[in-house]
Design a protein around this ligand. Structure first.
Ligand SMILES: NC(=O)c1ccc[n+]([C@@H]2O[C@H](COP(=O)([O-])OP(=O)(O)OC[C@H]3O[C@@H](n4cnc5c(N)ncnc54)[C@H](OP(=O)(O)O)[C@@H]3O)[C@@H](O)[C@H]2O)c1
Length: 285
């Protein structure tokens, strides 16, 4: 069982990977702060499992994030397990993602992660221990067609995670990246809702790209059966409980094929692989 004195924080605990992770950490005896916007979901989770403290925060709002960070800084028992999980996506090539929407994506997926981590670090340093788990994605290493802005947030998460792993090693604080492939959660539903009808709003120039890549993506996904969030929550728990966690854990459909290609091909060869994979090699718009 986890040391009952240890406090864990999971952002994005109201759904999917965060919800499953919260339940697992509580089950291991950690005191878990479960944060998200939807309090009804968090209260339900806290009613069903011992050791969960629901906390409402909208991480897209810097003032709200700051108030949450102030609360974290004043906890009598510092957070020693931090799961930076809250995140969402929006689809579209750069011209189809309004700057305001792009800024919101970066606010939640990157800046809130950085702010919350900053708030937790003094406590972890004073304990000379801690584990930070950052939810990246396979797209933290390469973008799918029409997912560049979301991918950019996860590339940035990878950069922060890699640098923190080095900078915090002297304090005994472990820093882990998680790279899920495609996982069945509310993630796709949220992305579809926020994106809206891309084909209706894009310039005619981009329609062949979306049509071709969309059909190829549909074919790829038709052959997959998507695992639930428990697959990733199990990995997160493995990392938290491990004496020597790996730097990166990845799992889920598409993760092995694409990450292996990304690791083994040079940039030009990987670009050609992606064009072929999404039937874009001969496309002339
Ligand atoms: N599912 C996948 O295929 C997949 C693949 C790779 C990486 N990931 C990453 O895994 C993480 C978890 O995603 P998931 O699949 O579990 O998706 P999900 O089911 O949609 O859960 C996302 C969580 O983030 C929270 N969140 C979103 N915006 C927020 C905001 N403004 N303030 C506070 N919390 C916010 C949501 O809570 P509220 O709406 O209640 O605020 C929810 O609890 C994300 O970082 C995602 O990028 C997912």
């Amino acid at each position: 069982m986890g040391d009952p004195k240890q406090t864990a924080l999971v952002t994005g605990a109201s759904s999917g990977i965060g919800r499953e992770t919260t339940m697992r950490l509580a089950g291991k005896g950690f005191q878990v702060i479960a944060a998200a916007r939807r309090m009804d979901r968090l209260n339900e989770l806290a009613d069903q499992h011992e050791g969960i403290t629901p906390k409402q925060v909208d991480l897209s709002q810097p003032d709200d994030t700051q108030a949450f960070c102030d609360y974290l800084s004043k906890l009598p028992q510092p957070v020693s397990i931090l799961i930076n999980n809250a995140g969402f996506s929006m689809r579209g090539t750069l011209e189809d993602v309004p700057m305001e929407a792009a800024k919101q994506l970066f606010e939640v997926n990157l800046f809130a992660l950085m702010g919350v981590t900053q708030a937790c670090l003094p406590g972890m340093r004073s304990l000379r221990k801690g584990t930070i788990v950052n939810l990246s994605s396979i797209v933290g290493k390469f973008p799918f067609p029409g997912s560049g802005v979301y991918a950019a947030t996860k590339y940035a998460v990878e950069g922060i995670t890699d640098s923190l792993r080095i900078d915090l090693a002297p304090f005994g604080i472990r820093v882990v990246a998680i790279r899920p492939g495609a996982i069945a959660t509310e993630f796709n539903e949220v992305a579809a809702k926020l994106t809206g009808d891309l084909m209706a709003k894009t310039d005619a120039d981009y329609k062949p790209l979306y049509q071709t890549a969309g059909a190829a993506t549909g074919k790829i996904f038709a052959e997959l059966s998507l695992p639930g969030p428990d697959l990733i929550a199990d990995l997160i728990l493995e990392a938290v409980l491990s004496d020597a966690p790996r730097a990166v854990y990845s799992a889920g459909p598409l993760s092995e094929e694409f990450l292996t290609k990304r690791a083994n091909l040079d940039d030009d060869a990987f670009h050609r692989f992606m064009l072929d994979k999404f039937d874009l090699a001969g496309l002339q718009a």
